[in-house]
Design a protein around this ligand. Structure first.
Ligand SMILES: Cc1ncc(COP(=O)(O)O)c(C=O)c1O
Length: 448
């Protein structure tokens, strides 16, 4: 038998958050103190190094409002198809036309050469995503956008705090968008922000947001109760004796009722109108939850980057795995360590059987979904990536021993199940040398 593992994920934020939420609910102060939202906006702008930050109820609303402002005359928005499907919905709700650009396999982010090819005279904006805490080639894309006079948006929902050459992600283009939802490295239950140097855009966003009602206290309390339950169930002493075994059983025996509880994305559904329930304002209580977390962000990113190094040391030489780039310069903050393997379910099954708790990335390739068929575009890298990503945990409390155990078992899996063949080794070496030269490795494997 094996010792029980740590959970695949834990919520960020302090455990005292729940006491604060409960206290504020009892004292009915959730809505009091608009100054705290203003203070949060000031601190965000200062950290990111831009003039303005506008708090949002969720990142997706920031995307919607920013795109609505930028797509009044031109309509096309070039973006990665490998993201949550509601991001595509926000483009459509803003009245714009999504144009899917394929991705780079290593970073899972938009490919600069695709952007360059797709920009035309009707392009209103390019929106990049920095997925899994990995910066896209932001300097390259920004250069292309500048040369063509096209506004650039950064969906930095999964990468708060990352810097490229000392400059924070979110500050490279016209606007940066952040998420402070429960699964992000800053968590105020729901929340987001748009940052920008553009005075006019900031004023327009502020003006619009001011017309929305505050986020409902009952919605926030429900979310806090959900996070608290999650925290208790993934607390090691409880997780090891009960939760893990239930989830493991669910995965190994295909029990959908259990599996759907841990799935991030559900089946995509198109939205053509922004739901009225999205149009809310961040409450002062949420700002109060967030402000203390800002001071911790860089320290926690360092811990994750340390785990990424251990994963890289153990896994980057295995020819059957595509690993993310190893960067210790702060540009990659590794919200997860996302590896890609051909038969990911076989790997996760093996790992679960051997006492690990891991999951696949449930995000799909939006360019292939039926509901977005009006904007279909062939994106072979995104198609393959969407079937191959396995998320290895990196949250700060996970621990070096847990990372090492994952590495050892993945090494064992590939030693035992996939006898290394010379062709696989040769293909791997060729791929490495091509990617070192700055060119994307060609997709060479079929998905599952
Ligand atoms: C890449 C990406 N973009 C946007 C969002 C939307 O964030 P929010 O839930 O704050 O709207 C998410 C949330 O998971 C995300 O992962």
């Amino acid at each position: 038998m094996f010792p029980p593992p740590r959970s695949r994920a834990r919520f960020y934020g302090r455990s005292t958050n729940y006491t604060s939420v409960a206290k504020e609910a009892l004292l009915r102060t959730i809505e009091s103190g608009d100054d705290d939202v203003t203070r949060l906006e000031g601190e965000l702008a200062a950290i990111i190094g831009v003039r303005h930050a506008v708090a949002m109820p969720q990142a997706r609303v920031g995307i919607y409002l920013t795109l609505r402002a930028l797509t009044r005359t031109k309509k096309k928005v070039i973006l990665s198809p490998y993201t949550i499907h509601d991001v595509i919905n926000m483009v459509i709700c803003a009245g714009a036309t999504p144009v899917f650009a394929d991705i780079d396999r290593k970073t899972c982010n938009i490919d600069t050469r695709e952007v360059e090819q797709l920009i035309d005279s009707d392009t209103a904006a390019v929106m990049v995503t920095h997925l899994h805490g990995l910066a896209c080639d932001i300097e390259g894309v920004a250069k292309v956008c500048r040369a063509r006079g096209v506004p650039l948006l950064e969906d930095t929902s999964q990468s708060f705090g990352a810097r490229v050459n000392g400059k924070r992600l979110g500050s490279f283009g016209t606007a940066g968008i952040f998420s402070f939802g429960m699964a992000k490295n800053l968590n105020c239950l729901y929340g987001g922000a748009v940052v920008t140097d553009d005075e006019k855009l900031a004023a327009e966003l502020r003006h619009e947001i001011a017309t929305y009602p505050l986020m409902d206290s009952s919605m926030l309390l429900k979310r806090a109760a959900f996070c608290l339950t999650g925290d208790v169930l993934t607390w090691p002493p409880i997780f090891g004796v009960s939760t893990y075994w239930a989830f493991r059983y669910g995965y190994l025996h295909g029990v959908e009722a259990l599996n759907k509880r841990v799935r991030g994305e559900d089946a995509p559904q198109i939205k053509t109108e922004i739901p009225a329930t999205y149009l809310r304002r961040m409450t002062p209580m949420q700002a109060r939850l967030l402000i203390p977390q800002l001071a911790e962000v860089d320290r926690l990113s360092e811990i994750r980057a340390g785990y990424a190094k251990l994963y890289d040391d153990g896994l980057s030489d295995i020819p059957e795995i595509i690993t993310p780039p190893l960067r210790r310069d702060g540009s990659h903050i590794y919200l997860n360590y996302a590896i890609q393997v051909e038969d990911r379910h076989a790997l996760v099954r093996f790992l679960m059987q051997h006492g690990r708790d891991l999951t696949v990335q449930h995000m799909g390739n939006n360019a292939d979904y039926e509901c977005y068929s009006a904007w279909k575009r062939d994106c072979p890298n995104a198609r393959l990536t969407a079937t191959q990503v396995v998320l290895l945990p990196t949250y700060p409390g996970y621990g070096v021993a847990e990372v090492q155990r994952n590495v050892e078992l993945i090494q064992t899996y590939f030693r035992v199940h996939h006898q290394r063949t010379e062709p696989a080794r040769a293909a791997h070496d060729a791929q490495r040398s091509v990617s070192v030269a700055g060119v994307n490795p060609a997709p060479s494997r079929s998905g599952n």
